[in-house]
Design a binder for this molecule. Structure first.
Ligand SMILES: [Zn+2]
Length: 83
């Protein structure tokens, strides 16, 4: 099953349009356990873990992340490729 089309050309075109999403950069930089919990928190219902809570926890890790960035990423309005 290796007939998945190569979309890297499209993804790189997407990234050229806007700045790389802060969350995407964070996920690449954080230790794997923190990256995994951040991803799980982002996937959790907003009523359970609001944008402000995600932002507060990440700030506690010594990174900067605004709730607006969290919101944009969760709503798919950032530059992350959606698959
Ligand atoms: Zn994003």
């Amino acid at each position: 099953m290796t007939d998945t089309p190569d979309l890297s050309e499209f993804y790189s075109a997407v990234r050229r349009v806007g700045p790389i999403c802060t969350i995407r950069k964070l996920l690449g930089r954080l230790p794997p356990d923190r990256a995994a919990s951040l991803q799980a928190a982002l996937a959790a219902p907003r009523d359970d873990i609001p944008h402000t809570a995600v932002s507060a926890v990440v700030k506690g890790w010594g990174e900067s992340l605004s709730e607006f960035t969290v919101s944009r990423h969760r709503m798919g309005q950032c530059s992350c490729p959606r698959t």
